[in-house]
Structure formats: C-alpha cells, structure tokens
Write a protein that binds this ligand. Structure first.
Ligand code: URA
Length: 422
C-alpha cells in the first residue's frame, strides 16, 4: 500500500477500501505517511466526502490507534456530553457536577480552545491550582469519590486524531463532516462512556453554519456511537449569538458558578437542564430531577468537591483582567444582532484564545455582554465590556465588532432558537 494511491482514490471521488483506511491511519500515526500526504488526503475528503461505511471504518481505525478506557467497574452508569464548540459555551462546567449530583458518573474528557471558540480546560485553568492533566488512575479516583471529572484526554487515547486534528487546523480542513464526526466519536468511544449526548451547535459561531449540515453531522455521529454500543443522542442548539453573557475563561467560570448557585442567564440554565435531562435519560436515570439538584445546592456541592479533587481552590478569587473598555449602543431600539463569531473573534484577540497550540491564554480576557438579541437598548447604554491585560489589543478586538456584527433596529424579535432534538 502507498499514500499516493490512497490520495488518488479520494481525489478521483472513489470509495476508500477498508484496507486503505486501516493502512493510512496506522501509517500516519507511526510517521510513515507524511503530514503533506495526510493533508492532501484530508483536503480530498473535505471536497469529495465519504460514505457512511468509510466514515465508520475511519473512526474504528482511529480508535484502534490507541488505548480504550473502561469504566465498567464503577457502581454508577456513565454519561458524557460533547459540544461541537461555540462562543460562551461554558455548559460543561455546571453540567458535569449537576449530572453527578443526580446519580450518574461523568467522565468528561475536554479540550482547549483554538481560534474563536473557547475550550473547557482553558476556562477551568483560571481557577488557582486546578490541574487538567490526570493519570487514568487519578481520573478513576475522582470519578469514584465525586462522580464527575473534567480533564484532558491522555496521550494514549486516539493518538491518530491528535495528530490529524492539529494538521487539519493548519490546512483549512477542519470543516469536513466525515472528519469532524470521526474525530469526536473516536475519542468518545475510546473513552468508554456508556452513553453520550451531543450538543451540535448551529450558527455563525459554530463549525456548522446551517441546520442541514448540522443535522447531517449529528446523525452521522449518532450512527457511529450506536454502532459501537454507546447510547447516543443529539440536540441541535443555537450558536448565532453567544451563550450567556460572557465569553472568556475566568468570566465564564464566574457565570457557571452563578448557575450552580441557582442564578445565571436564562439561556445557560435552560440548556444546562435540557442536556442534563438527556444525559440522565440516556444513562437510565429518567426519574432524576436536575432542577432540584440545582436548587437544593447538591450540584454546587459536587462542583466544589470536583474542583478541590483536581487541586483547585473553589473559594479563591478568580483572575480579573487589568483593563476594561466599554462599547456603547449608538442608537436606541431593539438589539436584533449580536453575532457569535464576531464576539468570539473579539474575545480571542483580547487574549482569551490562542492562535497557535503552544500560545498561553489570558485568564481574565474576554467579552461581557450587557444585552442579548431581543433586548431593548438606549443610545449610550453599555452593550459590551471588553477585558484584557494588553490594552493595545482593544482596537484590533473592536474591528471584529464592526459591520453587521451588532444590529439595533425598531424590530422586536431575537434570533435564537430553542434546543431541538435531532
Ligand atoms: N472537535 C473535535 O474534537 N474534532 C473536530 O474535528 C472538531 C471539533
């Protein structure tokens, strides 16, 4: 077998055979297929697609490139969720301890932000002392003692995906449905969760800009999970405007703690509860009541224990950026547009995200929203507060918020839609 014949098959719109897929994934992981050859293949897949059978084999080969975890010794059913990524999407933070408080075990392997979307691990690292890197034994201990753990995937889990995702990120090949579906599901299946809820984001701040593509991605992932014995369901949720009122690491931790304390923005609470109900259903705990666990403080209690078990101090003050800049409404009316992608890019430029994998992030940087689409605003009232330690970035961040990013008219409607089952 050789890389050029595999690339040619896909370039010429052919179907890759099982043998071609197994070989190319294994040879790429071992370094025998070069990055430039894999990037040519990834581009051919992005342009010409894959059949479901090819995607299934590609996913299985990525799972087989590394180890598989096993949580079957735990006394509780396991439930995990994965979001395809968005702006202000801090839901994992309140969700994992909430679902643990309701009786499931939540082994939440999470990632870092890249580009305009935030990463759960970057957010949690703004809590003094908190550690993302745990050994498999430490992860199991936290799961046993608390019921929820949020940590980085070990190097042994789907190593083919680690290499390929980094390559796709710098070759314009992230947005291919077969590659996104196989990337996400290979990690989730190798992780060994019994059930999985997928939060597939749709809108300007998401990979999938329209409902049709989001449905295709969601149904591909549900099929992959189901074929591997993982009870998998998907919700399609809005990402045309940021989730909640914050985008940025420590800002989002603060908002998550507000939700756990029984407050927080309505859209964050609504989505947290919707996903919790799906996870508990999928885990075989349909009678659990997540709204009660939020209200009676048991979700907050699990959060505090989860943070402390990973070295964090849940009572430590969160970092605050050194400088703030307030952006005000130019006219009075109804806010009809506050574009998720624009806010994500602004937060990224302020220092909340990274341009390259090895870049540091600023814990306090980001964007705070004072109004959401559908709200009435008056001329001169604050719309957004930008936070950064490096004020020379304000102008660059503000550039992202020009043009159609913010709209104020005499209309009455917001643009968000409610979470929708696949
Ligand atoms: N998240 C992943 O893990 N992989 C992708 O390809 C896209 C989002």
């Amino acid at each position: 077998m050789d890389a050029i014949s595999v690339i040619r098959t896909k370039r010429d719109r052919g179907r890759l055979s099982d043998a071609q897929i197994d070989w190319v994934i294994d040879a790429y992981t071992r370094g025998e297929v070069a990055d430039e050859q894999m990037s040519a293949l990834a581009m051919a897949i992005l342009l010409n697609g894959m059949e479901r059978r090819e995607i299934a084999r590609w996913t299985a080969a990525m799972i087989d490139s590394g180890e598989r975890m096993d949580f079957s010794a735990l006394p509780r059913p396991t439930a995990d969720k994965h979001s395809t990524g968005g702006v202000g999407d801090k839901i994992t933070l309140p969700l994992a301890p909430l679902v643990a408080a309701c009786g499931a075990a939540v082994p939440q392997l999470s990632g870092r932000g890249l580009g305009h979307t935030g990463g759960t691990l970057d957010k949690l690292e703004s809590i003094p002392g908190w550690r993302a890197l745990l050994s498999n034994d430490e992860m199991m201990d936290v799961l046993r003692s608390v019921g929820a753990v949020i940590c980085a995937a070990g190097d042994g889990l789907a190593p083919a995906d680690k290499k390929l995702y980094a390559l796709r990120d710098v070759t314009g090949t992230v947005e291919a449905i077969p590659l996104i579906a196989s990337s996400i599901m290979s990690k989730k299946i190798a992780e060994g969760t019994g059930s999985l809820v997928l939060d597939v984001k749709v809108g300007s701040g998401a990979f999938m800009k329209n409902l049709e593509d989001a449905r295709e991605l969601a149904s591909t992932m549900v099929g992959l999970g189901t074929d591997h014995g993982v009870r998998t369901v998907a919700l399609l949720t809005d990402m045309s405007t940021p989730l909640g009122l914050t985008a940025g690491n420590a800002l989002e931790v603060r908002e998550s703690v507000e939700v756990l304390a029984g407050g927080g923005p309505a859209d964050v609470v609504e989505l947290t509860l919707a996903l919790a109900r799906e996870m508990l259903d999928a885990a075989g705990l349909p009678d659990a009541d997540p709204a009660k666990a939020l209200a009676d403080g048991s979700a907050m209690d699990h959060w505090r224990r989860m943070i402390a078990a990973q070295g964090g101090d849940p009572d430590a003050p969160l970092p605050v950026a050194r400088e703030q800049h307030v952006l005000r409404a130019e006219t009075s009316g109804v806010l009809t547009e506050l574009d998720a992608y624009a806010v994500g890019v602004a937060a990224w430029r302020l220092g909340a995200g990274r341009a390259r994998k090895e870049d540091p992030v600023q814990a306090g940087a980001g964007v705070e929203l004072h109004a959401k689409p559908g709200d009435r605003v008056t001329a001169g009232a604050p719309l957004l507060t930008l936070h950064t330690d490096t004020p020379e970035r304000f102008d660059y961040a503000l550039e992202a918020l020009t043009g159609d990013a913010i709209g104020i008219t005499g209309g009455t409607e917001g643009t968000a839609f409610a979470p929708t089952p696949l």
